[in-house]
Write a protein that binds this ligand. Structure first.
Ligand SMILES: Cc1ncc(C[n+]2csc(CCOP(=O)(O)OP(=O)(O)O)c2C)c(N)n1
Ligand SMILES: [Mg+2]
Length: 779
């Protein structure tokens, strides 16, 4: 690789910065003004948000970043990212022209939908930022265990952060967790444009932000004044100018940026005219030059940005507070209403002229630049960022053997079963046992991960003995941390859990190392981290969540902890296949299936909703056909006679009540069936897919029935079905539509209260009597 002289490189980067600014603004303009609008909806895009980051992103992608670095780009700077990839040749003009349109470049950078090598998806502000922190933990996890490819250098996990993103609490939850885990190789660059969506960011906030980072062990680098302003401060009375800017409230500064040269002149004359040095500066600068000087913030000054990035050569986490101007270089720079503001046609005409772009050369990569195209092309070709081509790594699938260990207790809860299965795997020396990594937000022991952790240990950068053990204080739990440990213990923050799982679940594509992540939490607190869970699924991260206890079966814990609608989350969440087994042998089948499914290209993550209620286990050895029914979502526990008029359908912890009710009704309704479901999610999805494929006219049409159609086909056309689960009844009530059979759904519709299981099941009508009653009503 040739190394350019610094001045030469600066010149090229400044030209590319202009091009990146132009292309991002033009991409948005094109989408809004030059594409037919068929629905009357605004397309928008964020020209101002792009502009403030153009300098930083140009410096990073064209010079500073290396192949092993990974970046989360502020969502609204998506067009800047796509423009950069377009210049590199990784993005097409066609997709830029279809920005925010079907099949075009995405509104917010997306790993799964964009073609140009997005490292981390962003969109819901704050989550992408935290994603870099948890990815740095994953990087250390695979590196310290020697699981990472040997020749892979350690990368920096970089977040480009909007200043208003720092209002999102999940960022601070992540920072605290990061401190505990001694995170490294993290760069967060805050685009401090002092504006959010609605207006100007509170002045008092940023006084504290730097201190907060330092408090948790980060280095803070402030990029405040650009080279022009620094030179002016060095002149006689320059310190007066500096004090004036330092004291200038965010809102006044933003307004003056918008007003331009005359505004600055009036304000400075009013406040600083008594200083001869200032008068001289005002005389020496015409309006345009004065505006350039007063808006010369370091985050928009290429040399200052390069100096800041290149001044770091260690792995200490670093926060760059980059002062920038929202809309820098655009006509509405600084205006508080510019967040979704678009340049008007006239403004665009002027901007285009200023950029030296002729009509018809808007998408030309080098038009209007002051450096010959071949020189720029050569510079782009040598960018270190691209040195290794495509960034997405691959890792082989870890083979999962035909059966996992099956605990044989006569009575057990699915939660205990989970702990035992994992403990048995922990005892093995196998690829499977080495690749599993568990994590939990302070509920490891109460979700039955204790035995696994005792065998496999906690993960930490350095060795830390369990003090209780050293002092010989008896405890069931061994709490020793080592780099070899396979459990990542988190504080109580479900957002962190899901983002940690997102990062672990992308390890094969980001770090080239396959991991099998399993996260445990209490089922009701899925809601606490739901957006982060959605974010993880949106990125197609692969993991298993084991949520327990669930429903009102949690009994004495009362309404605050009892989960009601989580089965609906399981059905509704794309990228997450959910199961709720009743018995431990089913769980073992599903865990085996899940560990494989989460590694398949067309697979997904899994959600197992478990219970702490101990149930008598059926005495059976599952046949392969039964196992496949369990995976498909359900099976006849007690098969109906063909054409039967009555069936009970149950799921999860309430299965004993359904069994009891069934035994009672078969006396009157011989041939009534009992259907045990493991996954309404899977059954529903397969049912819809089957219907869609029937509607298709071209190609091979599969006429075979969906599993739920096959199961319900045994019953008579107008059979009555009673469904029951410890969760919202809607989860199963759709079964009535499959064949048009009449259905009475039982389940939980209101907040639970404390009590024991008999009282609660009676109160919420989940007990055998309620089921029998429902049968009576149904007929
Ligand atoms: C969780 C979430 N809430 C709300 C939004 C809507 N939103 C998008 S950008 C934005 C303001 C962003 O301001 P800032 O981070 O400062 O970005 P910039 O000024 O660079 O545009 C808001 C509220 C969102 N994307 N995500
Ligand atoms: Mg902002």
């Amino acid at each position: 690789m040739t190394t350019l002289a610094p001045v030469q490189r600066l010149r090229l980067l400044r030209e590319l910065e202009r091009k990146v600014l132009w292309l991002s603004a033009w991409t948005i303009h094109h989408a809004n003004h030059l594409r037919p609008n068929r629905d009357g909806l605004k397309v928008v895009g964020h020209q101002a948000s792009c502009a403030s980051l153009a300098t930083v992103m140009t410096a990073l992608y064209f010079s500073v970043l290396r192949p092993e670095d990974r970046v989360a780009v502020k969502p609204h700077a998506s067009p800047v990212f796509h423009a950069i990839q377009y210049l590199f040749g990784h993005q097409t003009q066609d997709k830029l022209e279809r920005f925010r349109g079907l099949g075009g470049a995405q509104s917010y950078p997306s790993r799964t939908k964009d073609v140009d090598d997005v490292d981390f998806s962003t969109g819901s502000v704050g989550l992408g930022v935290a994603m870099t922190l948890f990815s740095s933990i994953v990087q250390d996890y695979v590196r310290l265990k020697g699981l990472a490819p040997a020749d892979r250098p350690t990368g920096r996990m970089v977040a480009l952060v909007g200043d208003a993103e720092l209002d999102e609490g999940n960022i601070f939850e992540a920072l605290l967790e990061g401190w505990k885990h001694d995170v490294r190789n993290l760069w967060w660059v805050i685009d401090y444009n002092r504006q959010s969506l609605d207006g100007v960011v509170n002045d008092r906030l940023f006084g504290r932000i730097g201190e907060m980072f330092e408090l948790v062990g980060w280095r803070v680098v402030t990029l405040k004044y650009g080279k022009l302003l620094e030179a002016a401060f060095a002149q006689p009375d320059g310190e007066q100018l500096q004090q004036w800017i330092d004291a200038c409230p965010n809102s006044l500064y933003s307004a003056l940026v918008y007003m331009g040269g005359p505004g600055w002149r009036e304000a400075l004359t009013r406040d600083l005219n008594q200083y001869p040095g200032i008068r001289r500066i005002l005389e020496q600068h015409d309006d345009a030059a004065l505006h350039r000087l007063m808006t010369n913030l370091a985050g928009n000054d290429m040399q200052a940005v390069l100096d800041a990035f290149e001044g770091i050569d260690d792995d200490k986490p670093t926060c760059f507070i980059a002062y920038t101007i929202k809309g820098q270089g655009l006509p509405f720079a600084g205006h508080k209403d510019n967040h979704s503001g678009l340049m008007t046609l006239d403004q665009m005409t002027g901007f285009k002229k200023g950029m030296g772009i002729a009509d018809g050369s808007e998408w030309d990569k080098f038009a209007g630049l002051a450096v010959p195209p071949n020189e720029l092309q050569a510079f782009l070709a040598e960018a270190p960022f691209n040195a290794e081509g495509r960034r997405r790594t691959e890792a082989p699938v870890v083979a999962i053997r035909a059966a996992l260990p099956r605990p044989s207790d006569k009575k057990a809860s699915t939660q205990e079963g989970f702990g035992k299965i994992l403990n048995a795997i922990a005892a093995e020396d196998s690829e499977l046992s080495r690749r599993i990594v568990t994590t939990s937000p302070d509920v490891s022991v109460s979700t039955n991960l204790g035995a696994w952790i005792n065998r496999r240990g906690l993960f930490g950068h350095t060795e830390a003995e369990d003090v209780f053990r050293e002092l010989k204080v008896v405890s069931a739990q061994l709490w020793r941390k080592t780099p070899r440990g396979q459990h990542i213990e988190l504080g109580i923050a479900e957002n962190n859990l899901f983002i940690q799982l997102a990062a672990l679940g992308l390890s094969h594509e980001i770090f080239g190392t396959r991991l099998l992540p399993i996260g445990t939490l209490y089922d009701p607190f899925i809601a606490r981290g739901l957006d982060a869970l959605n974010y993880a699924c949106y990125q197609d991260a692969r993991f298993m969540i084991v949520a327990t206890p669930s429903g009102v079966t949690l009994a004495p814990e009362g309404g605050a902890h009892q989960s009601i609608h989580t089965p609906l989350i399981g059905i509704g969440q794309p990228g997450l296949l959910s199961y709720e087994p009743a018995f431990v042998d089913e769980l073992a089948v599903l865990m085996r299936f899940g560990l494989d499914h989460m590694q398949q290209p067309k697979g997904s993550s899994l959600y197992l909703r478990l219970s702490t209620r101990s149930l008598p286990q059926p005495e059976r050895t599952l046949t392969p056909a039964q196992e496949s029914d369990i995976v498909d979502g359900g099976y006849w526990y007690s098969a109906p006679e063909p054409g039967a008029d009555i069936a009970i359908v149950c799921m999860g912890a309430v299965t004993p009540e359904a069994i009891a009710a069934h035994q009672s009704i078969v006396r009157d309704f011989a041939g009534a069936g009992l259907l045990v479901l493991t996954s309404p999610d899977r059954l529903h999805a397969d049912w819809l897919a089957t219907q869609r494929s029937r509607g298709r006219t071209a190609g091979a049409v599969d006429r075979s029935p969906a599993p739920i159609e096959r199961l319900l086909a045994t019953l008579s056309r107008d059979a009555r079905i009673i469904t029951v689960l410890d969760g919202h009844p809607l989860s199963l009530s759709w079964l009535g539509s499959v064949r048009g059979q009449r259905l009475v759904p039982l389940g939980i519709e209101s907040f639970g209260q404390s009590g024991d299981i008999p009282d609660l099941y009676r109160t919420y009508r989940l007990d055998a009597a309620a089921i029998i009653d429902a049968v009576a009503r149904a007929i």
